[in-house]
Design a protein around this ligand. Structure first.
Ligand code: FMN
Length: 130
């Protein structure tokens, strides 16, 4: 199983990453279900932060599609590693925006951050303060 966490910047005229979320989730969730990919997608202002996990081949395909998706730019991979088990839950894809109230998503994320590097954990925490 491969795990990738990356961040990117929206190209939407509004500069709001969340504006593209309905369209992205509409295609991502059903497709991820078929491809065995799970993860979460975070937005804050003009930034996306996405964690994706799944079988090597599906992940390679998805990364290729993401890299050529004109809805975002400056894709920077923060984590790319092999994992024995999924660490970001079993959602086909779930979205969280900074403005929503603290919920189980944050609780789960906080626990999961214990397993990633200090640098990545700090990055996530900056987006989701306790
Ligand atoms: C920030 C962001 C996150 C995305 N996440 C996924 C995802 O998890 N799964 C997925 O299949 N497509 C995702 N997409 C959409 C893909 O880039 C691509 O448009 C989609 O898979 C359809 O590709 P196709 O038109 O080549 O078939 C995402 C796009 C963006 C901009």
């Amino acid at each position: 199983m491969r795990q990738i966490i990356y961040r990117s910047v929206t190209t939407a005229d509004s500069r709001r990453a969340a504006d593209d979320i309905p369209a992205i989730l509409g295609e991502a969730a059903p497709r991820n279900g078929v491809d065995g990919i799970t993860g979460l997608l975070y937005t804050e202002q003009d930034h996306f932060l996405q964690a994706i996990e799944g079988p090597e081949e599906s992940m390679r395909d998805l990364v290729d599609r993401l890299a050529s998706d004109g809805r975002h730019r400056d894709m920077r991979i923060l984590v790319d590693r092999a994992v024995d088990e999924r660490e970001f839950g079993d959602w086909a894809m779930i979205h969280r925006d900074r403005r929503e109230s603290v919920d189980s998503f944050d609780d789960r994320m906080r626990v999961l951050l214990a397993g990633v590097s200090r640098q990545v954990a700090d990055y996530f925490r900056a987006l989701a303060p306790a």
